[in-house]
Write a protein that binds this ligand. Structure first.
Ligand SMILES: [Zn+2]
Ligand SMILES: [Zn+2]
Length: 256
């Protein structure tokens, strides 16, 4: 068993606005601490990303609406799909459908990660601990290597689709670069963007297996032009258009 204090509750939920809730894991290092977003609609709800899967998530985001709940994986990285198996409706981009048919493995030890992952965080001033958690959920954890069964998608996205929640709807944006099938969800009337790992207010990773710097530059140029009011990213706190433009310009100065 991993010898760390037990954190109960494991997840912390915070209502961001009337229909958007952030669920996150305070005892996970920012590098693996994925933001889970719940968006409530009139006829159905969305959950965007599902965390590392260290503790049950669904009861926190499921209102059991008639038309149900769609879980969208912004991309296949294991810190975003650990809880996906709890949901019966699961959407992912076509470029990553195959990734979800493979078992999910997550290692909580930083030594297991290469410079492509920890290097940008270290250079940005983050402390890189031995373990990426500082507590365990109720019941404890047997091991630092988490293995999950494959969780095949039930809905395949290409980008351009509209996901309709009854009283609001989101356009799927294909935002490759961080990973081939990275997607964002864009609500034009409100200017709300859920961006996954395409952009967040932290070190952006573009040297991972499956990353593509050229595609990332194109994605960042596209995001820079988007008339957003708020960006809810895959990690770190949300931000507005001014910060989005700064983050895009920083990336383009380095890679563009
Ligand atoms: Zn990622
Ligand atoms: Zn991530």
């Amino acid at each position: 068993m991993i010898d760390l204090p037990v954190a109960d509750p494991w997840f912390v939920s915070k209502r961001v606005d009337g229909q958007v809730t952030l669920v996150t894991e305070p005892h996970v290092h920012p590098l693996l601490r994925c933001n889970v977003w719940q968006v409530q609609g009139r006829t159905s709800d969305l959950v965007i990303d599902t965390s590392l899967g260290l503790a049950p998530l669904r009861h926190l985001v499921d209102r059991e609406l008639a038309n149900g709940l769609l879980a969208v994986a912004t991309h296949f990285h294991s810190d975003h799909i650990g809880g996906l198996h709890e949901f019966s409706h699961r959407a992912v981009h076509r470029a990553e459908v195959d990734r979800l048919t493979e078992p999910v493995t997550t290692c909580l030890e930083s030594l297991a990660y290469g410079e492509d992952v920890v290097g940008p965080y270290r250079r940005a001033g983050y402390r890189i601990p031995e373990l990426f958690i500082d507590a365990v959920p109720v019941g404890g954890l047997e091991t630092t290597v988490l293995e999950g069964d494959p969780v095949p998608a039930t809905r395949v996205l290409d980008g351009g689709e509209i996901i309709d929640l009854g009283d609001r709807s989101f356009e799927v944006l294909h935002l490759p670069g961080h990973s081939p099938g990275s997607i964002g969800l864009w609500e034009r009337p409100t200017g709300i963007l859920f961006s996954g790992d395409a952009v967040y207010d932290g070190p952006l990773l573009d040297e991972l297996d499956g990353s593509d710097v050229g595609a990332y530059v194109t994605t960042i140029r596209r995001l820079r032009e988007l008339p957003v009011t708020v960006v809810h990213g895959g990690h770190e706190p949300s931000f507005g258009r001014t910060r989005l433009i700064e983050l895009c310009d920083l990336y383009l100065a380095a890679r563009g």
